[in-house]
Design a protein around this ligand. Structure first.
Ligand code: FMN
Length: 335
């Protein structure tokens, strides 16, 4: 019967109670976003870092386009030059300014001989270009299809199919180098304007691991076997406006997935551990792990050594036609 309920409607007071909890959590989400992001104005070092990242991404992206023309992104380039000045004056030179300066150098090279007035940018590069030089790069580079394919064309489907959420582990220490490689892989995930907001707070000390896991509700029966746990976060300071209010979840989810694949490539087992909690529970984890207010917890990932043999759920995937629609109908344009 169309429009009928699948189960009896809860009492009015129960519905009000659920709604109140929902709204109070949404309000607290919004408050954290408001305080941390640069909605309205730049108020922290991380906010400024984010604006620098956005500007330099804009220039790199523009100059990498096939039909890029001189002068493209001039406003952004000027803004970037100004932001570099402010940043260095307030916080000194670091990786943020180093990458930004390399990008401006590349921008100047691209526009050389164009007759444009680039003096403001040239001055900033001349003043700071050599500071804090550690070899980080910025700008554009040329790659070939052959280079990309040589390393990229692996049997990824087989790799993905061999990953399972592991809930039986061998006791033993997880090599730090493997964790580092997995985080490096996670850092290669795409991120909005290359802002790279995500972090992995990794614990391998068994006491700390158990303390963290005691706050999570999905590790019963195997949590005590885990060699480590990572808290994956996205730093809300990098988001600018209301339209980006959910971007942390997208970027954080991709970072977490790449981390899991990174662990998989290291021959380790892993399992995502949900952090679908209310603010009250979230506060407990923040206190325990000393997380800054601006770090939004996306998920946890448990990991450890694989035993020689173990059971995993089949976790059968739905038929492809549930997930894939090729050339499905497109509505006629309105004008
Ligand atoms: C965001 C997220 C949270 C998850 N949380 C848990 C969890 O708390 N405990 C758990 O045992 N598995 C958890 N899982 C794992 C899923 O149960 C698992 O991915 C799914 O059943 C498919 O199985 P597979 O990963 O072995 O392919 C989580 C997965 C995701 C994506």
């Amino acid at each position: 019967m169309s429009g009928s309920l699948l189960e009896p409607r809860p009492s009015f007071s129960n519905q009000i109670r659920s709604l109140t909890i929902l709204f109070s959590n949404c309000f607290r989400d919004a408050r954290r976003f408001w305080r941390s992001s640069f909605t309205g104005y730049v108020k922290s070092r991380e906010n400024l870092r984010a604006r620098i990242a956005i500007s330099l991404h804009f220039l790199e992206y523009g100059n990498a386009l096939k039909d890029s023309v001189p002068g493209h992104g001039m406003d952004r380039a000027m803004m970037l030059a100004r932001d570099i000045e402010i940043y260095i004056e307030r916080f000194g030179s670091d990786a943020t300014t180093e990458i930004a300066l390399r990008t401006l150098e590349s921008y100047l090279a691209f526009n050389e001989g164009s007759g444009l007035d680039l003096s403001v940018i040239e001055e900033v590069v001349a003043r700071h270009g050599k500071s804090a030089f550690t070899g980080l790069k910025g700008g554009v580079e040329t790659v070939t299809a052959e280079e990309i394919r040589k390393k990229g064309m692996i049997d990824f489907l087989a790799f993905a199919e061999a990953r399972h959420s592991i809930r039986t582990y061998e006791k033993g220490e997880v090599p730090l180098a493997s964790i580092e490689n997995a985080v490096r892989a996670a850092q290669q995930s795409p991120s909005s304007c290359n802002r790279q907001t995500c972090r992995a707070y990794v614990f391998t000390d068994s006491e700390a691991v158990q303390k963290v896991l005691s706050l999570q509700n999905g590790n019963r029966g195997f949590g005590d076997q885990l060699g480590g746990v990572a808290i994956i976060t996205s730093n809300l300071s990098h988001w600018e406006n209301a339209h980006e209010r959910y971007q942390a979840w997208v970027d954080g989810g991709m970072f977490a997935m790449s981390f899991v694949y990174g662990l998989h490539a290291e021959g380790l087992g892993s399992v995502m551990l949900n952090w679908s909690v209310t603010h009250d529970q979230d506060e407990k984890l923040r206190k325990l792990a000393c997380l800054p207010e601006s770090d939004l917890v996306i998920t946890m990932v448990g990991f450890g050594l694989l035993p020689k043999e173990l059971k995993v759920p089949v976790s059968q995937r739905k038929p492809l036609d549930y997930a894939l629609f090729v050339n499905s109908p497109v509505a006629a344009s309105e004008n």
